[in-house]
Write a protein that binds this ligand. Structure first.
Ligand code: ADP
Ligand code: MG
Length: 348
């Protein structure tokens, strides 16, 4: 089998709560714990979970904007931690990021044309003519008119600014785009346009996406596979169809049950699960979800559940629904049982 484009192995990030000589003895924020996944070329992996579960930290680790406490990130089989200047430069061309708030990430004094050609100019000198051609081409790719290249960010709508952020990410023809809450700040109708744009670009250019969102409705629209995170860990990872048709982890189940039907007139109801996500400074023992989980048994309070592969290809970390003692390949007990209503999970 060919190597995945992106391979993440046991990635962990602890932020120290304070710096100083007592650093080693002070508590840490366990933002990301032992996260592993892979992304194939041209694939969209969505990472979903409530605010504070570690999604943006994963994005920063992938872009090497922060150093991991543990684990590895491999691109085409090469560990990015070991990359020296030149290789790092070449790798940065292949991986680009699109942010939630395009306005704060766009220089207000540069024109749209300057903004989207800037990444390319970091790699090669462009003549004025080349720059204009590139800007026009990129604007067209994201469904904007080439004349827009003379506008300032303040003269554009939210949706246009996000298109600009995408155009800038496309400038270096990346293999992978990491989009962190890229449509979360947009109106629902504009969201749909941007998601369709991303799908088109993926088909035309074969780009892989790590698409991060707290919104399952958005995820269902574009994911090939979905990783559900809770308090720094992946609790379930499955193909999009499998996950939405038959969630196994009680947390996934509650998130899906709480996600409103796609209807722009309906207000998204928050929070999806009763109670607050616990603090990553002092996470619950055992399964971090156990204080909110109506299925929790004694074992859940003691042991961290490992991610167990199921017969349908997904992995799930749940002592009750996916006990680790199950022999892989055995019929998927949880999936075969009728969906259980979880009383008390507070699906609002
Ligand atoms: P998400 O994107 O899912 O909302 P984040 O990755 O931003 O979550 O944050 C995960 C946890 O790590 C949160 O508890 C957050 O407060 C903490 N955190 C994020 N960045 C830092 C940082 N630079 N320093 C300390 N704590 C951080
Ligand atoms: Mg975030």
């Amino acid at each position: 089998m060919s190597e995945p484009l992106l391979q993440v192995e046991n990635l962990t990030k602890h932020y120290p709560l304070a710096s100083g000589i007592f650093r080693n003895t002070l508590p840490v924020i366990r933002a990301v714990e032992n996260v592993s996944f892979s992304v194939e070329a041209g694939e969209t992996l969505c990472i979903v979970g409530e605010s504070g579960c570690g999604k943006s930290t994963i994005a920063r680790l992938l872009m090497r904007l922060v150093e991991p406490t543990g684990g590895r990130v491999l691109i085409d089989g090469t560990d990015i931690a070991g990359l020296k200047r030149e290789a790092l430069h070449a790798w940065r061309r292949r991986m680009q990021m699109v942010f939630q708030d395009p306005y704060s990430s766009l220089n207000p004094r540069l024109t749209a044309g300057q903004i989207i050609t800037e990444p390319a100019e970091n790699f090669e000198r462009l003549s004025r003519e080349q720059r204009n051609m590139l800007a026009a081409d990129l604007l067209q790719k994201v469904g904007m008119s080439p004349e827009m290249m003379h506008r300032l960010p303040s003269e554009l709508s939210g949706g246009q600014r996000q298109r600009l952020g995408i155009a800038r990410a496309l400038a270096l023809r990346p293999s992978l785009i990491i989009a962190d809450e890229a449509v979360s700040a947009l109106d629902v109708s504009v969201q749909a346009q941007i998601l369709n744009l991303l799908l088109d670009l993926q088909q035309q250019m074969g780009i892989a996406f790590v698409f991060i969102s707290h919104d399952l409705g958005v995820v269902e629209h574009i994911a090939h596979r979905v990783a559900v995170m809770y308090l720094g860990r992946i609790v379930e990872l499955a193909s999009c169809e499998v996950l939405f048709a038959r969630p196994v982890h009680p947390y996934t189940e509650a998130l899906i049950a709480a996600a409103p039907v796609p209807d722009p007139t309906r207000v998204r109801l928050q929070p999806p699960v009763e109670g607050e996500m616990p603090s990553p400074i002092n996470p619950p023992t055992g399964c971090a979800f156990h204080p909110r989980c109506p299925l929790a048994v004694e074992r859940c309070r003691i042991e961290v559940p490992p991610l167990v592969p199921m017969a349908d290809g997904r992995v799930v970390a749940c002592h009750v629904r996916a006990p680790a003692t199950d022999v892989p390949g055995q019929p998927d007990v949880a999936a075969n049982s009728s969906p259980q209503t979880i009383a008390g999970l507070g699906v609002l």
